[in-house]
Design a binder for this molecule. Sequence first.
Ligand code: G4P
Length: 290
Amino acid sequence: MQLESLSWFPGHMTKTRRMITAEIGSMDAVCEIVDARIPLSSRNPDLDELTAGKPRVVALNRVDQADPNMTKRWAAWFRAQGCAVIEVDAKSGAGVKQFAPAVRTLLSEKIAAYEAKGQVGRILRVMVLGIPNVGKSTFINKVSGRKVAKAEDRPGVTRGKQWVPVDKTLELLDTPGILWPKFEDVDVGIRLAFTGAIRDEVVDIEELAMKLMDYLGAHYPDALTERYKITVEDGEDGWALVEKAGRKRGFLISGGEVDTERMSRILLDEFRGGKLGRFTLETPPEDANA
Ligand code: G4P
């Protein structure tokens, strides 16, 4: 699902809010799925308020595409915020087995309290939330081991909220409605566009590629050397690197100028396709010098 195809209008948000608010009271915990490459930009800014202090498991998804060292740092950061954290590649299923134990550890006091009241084996309920394209359906399918239809709330689609069993005493709630990212923040929009969560028709390809090169040049210069056989010199900005890479690839137009648009498309395609390597595009807030 592409973000820009959704209708970001207040009515829609109100509806989603209402659905979450109506169900949250009967939940034991919330599972927030984020994109490990952009763990903050892929969050919903109102989740804390909407989930009213419920215990939270953060699933850092797409770890297969993220920088493994940064994933460790992000996991530590989320833990420091009081969340349980699992590192997952929902597509292959790697890491999903950690989910049920993570929930039970997180809720151990609550489980003990249920048992003290004689409610042994009481079913734990977890609401799964995530912005579009983060991998929510893939995650639910892998964790539950079944093919679950998407909970949707669109004209002509009547599937509403659905319960998805994980095991005998653990159930997921998948709600329809669309959880929005912090789309009023330009940098958030750009990071979502880097990952392909926003379709390229709505962004300027060359500007996007330049910004991506800026980041890669500053944080992952070796990957650029490896893939494009270019070296990153001090003070060289993203635009210079796009031109350099394009020239190296022989993407020239009349007059010997570099076809920067072609190079920009190639860069974004190769980045998203994992051909450049695994990258994380945000650092945890306290990592000032990262
Ligand atoms: P959503 O419900 O949150 O909107 O997302 P969905 O599960 O539909 O996933 C969006 C796309 O991201 C899918 O790719 C899915 O396979 C992919 N994806 C989800 N989790 C991961 C992950 O951990 N790693 C990687 N590499 N990809 C992931 P698609 O191309 O739209 O579909 P498909 O052809 O892969 O099925």
